[in-house]
Design a protein. Structure first.
Lengths: 538, 121
């Protein structure tokens, strides 16, 4: 009996900890939310199981047996719900999920009648096992169908996935098999098959494994939270186990020797817990770091690539926000013409002069708004590299246009010295270079908080077949010791800088087989020089 | 205020035509599309009372034109017409001597009231 008390207690603690930590770590994610709902029902099932295992009369055991199985009723739909979100198939099964939940809630009152759990009686080593009634098959049916279908969906997804995604699903599949098979051993005594349900302990492993899989492969940013939660869950589990064993020892051994239960044992247990808590925590943390979170070379490479994509996208969104702000102002000009035209149209409907003058203007202004919106959408949408001949002057002007209001606001004067042939085009990705120019221009603007001069020069480079674009400001400049690090990721001297802008610009230029240099010194402004091959760079 | 002529300076055709449409029945208008032309017109036309001036223009921006006009032609009242709803820019325009600040897209009454108000004073 002690095994069932301890395993149920550990399952309760583990599922409660997982439910809480996972939900708190990412409360907005549907995956974590549904996982928390699922672990909450596992927590209820385990908690009632623990109370049932410690009950000492038939009446209590029957009530608790019914509560166990009432909670168990919600484990299959909540798990299925979680799986659907995990596999991005919720829309396909939302009706089924909703109907099963509704059915189970409607069925809930019957779960406390003999129709669901008939009576509590002896089998094998259990004096008060809850035996099923006529409607108990509903629970078995839900287990078989929903868990079976979740299993099937996972297998199908594993087949069609690869790499990190595949490993994540494999862990969940393995956990599912172990955990549900472990939990399902409880069905055997219910149908008078004399097999003791020793699989209960696997439920805890299962909850932990799924939580691990979700975090390790899905939410890298909150990996630390999981690590901490795992450390404390295991720590609490070990301490509880240790305390249980000690109390068991006190009750069964010391009592026989000294004739009474010694309070000293509990004091000694608490003292030992206090003394061993920190070293044990460090030990568990070390083991977890070494075996769970270190990751293989391939995993670390994939994680780094994912993080790199995330930070690039973050920086891109920052640029989108700046462009959107510039665009909002830009769009006001065509809107003004449209507004005036619509205001005067009713009274000048028959004025041919008015219609002749405004019709082409309105048509042009609508096209202009359309072009602006498309430009922003094209820029915001992550797209593969698209090389095409681009006029560098037009691209610089276009980027400056979006910043023009800010340049006026910050009293920054722009001087353009375009010395290249106005018809010359360079093959490059327009959106990437817009971002590259934007990052440099923003850097220059931030270096001139009290205003200044921004000079943009284009010319043929000293190197043959290269053009040079020089963006120079009269700002605060760069310290000599910082010059070497200016393009390093996360290098920032600003309070609110991400330190990624110039690093991304550097990467964009390098990907176009170009070069970027920085010149300048503290207090004397900065110049960024980009050199690009005139011929196809890739 | 005796000078009833208005100078409109904006690089956007749509804005120039819109302002012309709103004001042409009430005032004499001179329309130009750059800051340089505005300064040239001011130098050669005596009876301009009000100038409607865009802030964001290529080459010379509206704030620079405002500054120069206020120093050379202090009798000309200037209304800044801009799409930029920025407190700093409005304060800067006011500091440089702008008499009004209209945000695009504007209503015709808003323009008329602002211009009429300046002429009444």
């Amino acid at each position: 009996m002690d095994y069932f008390v301890i395993s149920a207690f550990l399952n309760t603690v583990t599922s409660a900890a997982c439910c809480g930590f996972v939900l708190l770590s990412s409360p907005r994610s549907k995956i974590t939310r549904t996982f928390s709902i699922f672990t909450f029902f596992v927590f209820l099932w385990s908690g009632f199981y623990f109370l049932w295992a410690t009950s000492n009369n038939q009446t209590d055991a029957l009530v608790l047996g019914r509560l166990i199985n009432a909670a168990a009723l919600f484990i299959p739909p909540s798990f299925f719900h979680f799986c659907c979100h995990l596999l991005n198939k919720y829309k396909d099964h939302s009706t089924l999920i909703r109907n099963v939940y509704i059915f189970n809630f409607l069925f809930l009152p019957l779960a406390f009648t003999p129709l669901y759990i008939d009576h509590a009686g002896p089998i094998s080593m259990f004096p008060y096992w809850p035996f099923p009634g006529k409607l108990y098959f509903i629970l078995v049916l839900e287990y078989a169908t929903l868990i079976g279908y979740s299993l099937y969906m996972l297998v199908e997804e594993i087949k069609s996935s690869s790499g990190k995604e595949c490993r994540k699903l494999k862990i969940i599949f393995f956990a599912l098999a172990v955990g549900f098979l472990g939990g399902a051993t409880n069905f055997l005594p219910s149908y008078r098959i004399p097999v003791i349900p020793f699989g209960n302990a696997f439920v805890m492993m299962y909850v932990l494994a799924v939580a691990y899989a979700i975090f390790k492969y899905q939410f890298m940013d909150i990996k630390i939270t999981l690590k901490r939660s795992l450390v404390y869950t295991i720590l609490i589990t070990l301490i509880t186990l240790f305390f249980c064993l000690l109390v068991y020892f006190a009750e069964h051994v010391i009592k026989e020797i000294v004739g009474y239960r010694s309070f000293f044992i509990s004091i000694a247990a608490i003292a030992m817990i206090v003394l061993t808590f920190t070293p044990l925590k460090n030990l568990i943390q070390g083991i977890l770091e070494k075996y769970l979170f270190r990751g293989s070379f391939v995993e670390i490479t994939e994680e780094n690539e994912m993080l790199r994509r995330q930070v690039t996208q973050t920086e891109r969104l920052r640029s989108v926000a700046i462009l959107a702000s510039g665009m909002a102002h830009e769009i006001k000009n065509p809107l003004t013409a449209l507004k005036t035209f619509s205001e005067y149209l009713p009274q000048k409907m028959d004025d041919k002069e008015f219609l002749k003058k405004f019709s082409p203007i309105i048509s042009n202004e609508i096209n202009r708004i359309d072009a602006l919106v498309h430009e922003l959408l094209d820029f915001a949408r992550p797209a593969p590299v698209c090389l095409k001949p681009v006029n560098v002057h037009a691209l610089l002007d276009n980027t400056l246009e979006f910043l023009s209001n800010d340049l006026i606001k910050h009293k920054i004067r722009v001087t353009k010295n375009y010395r290249l042939d106005p018809l010359l085009s360079v093959e490059l990705d327009q959106n990437q270079f817009k971002q590259a120019f934007l990052n440099i221009l923003l850097n220059s603007m931030e270096a001139m908080p009290g205003g200044g001069e921004l000079s943009i020069t284009t010319a043929f480079s000293a190197a043959p077949e290269y053009i040079a674009i020089k963006i120079q400001d009269t700002g605060t400049g760069i310290n000599p010791e910082d010059l070497a690090h200016i393009f390093d990721p996360f290098f920032s001297k600003k309070d609110q800088g991400t330190g990624l802008g110039l690093s991304i610009t550097h990467e964009i230029v390098r990907n176009h087989r170009g070069r970027i240099f920085v010149e300048g010194q503290s207090g004397k402004g900065t110049a960024f020089i980009i050199e690009l091959p005139v011929l196809s760079p890739l | 205020m005796g000078n009833k002529k208005i100078l409109i300076c904006d690089d956007e055709e749509g804005i120039r035509e819109s302002l012309k449409l709103v004001l042409c029945d009430h005032y004499d208008l001179i329309v130009v599309d750059s800051g340089e032309q505005a300064l040239h017109t001011l130098a050669n036309t005596k009876d301009i009372g009000v100038m409607l001036l865009d802030i964001k223009m290529p080459k010379v921006n509206g704030l620079d034109i405002l500054k120069e006009t206020r120093s050379k032609y202090p009798h000309v009242k200037i209304i800044m017409v801009t799409g930029y709803r920025s407190v700093e820019t409005a304060a800067e325009a006011s500091r440089l001597g702008a008499s009004g600040y209209v945000i695009k897209p504007f209503k015709s009454e808003e323009i008329l009231e602002t211009v009429d108000g300046l002429f009444r004073h």
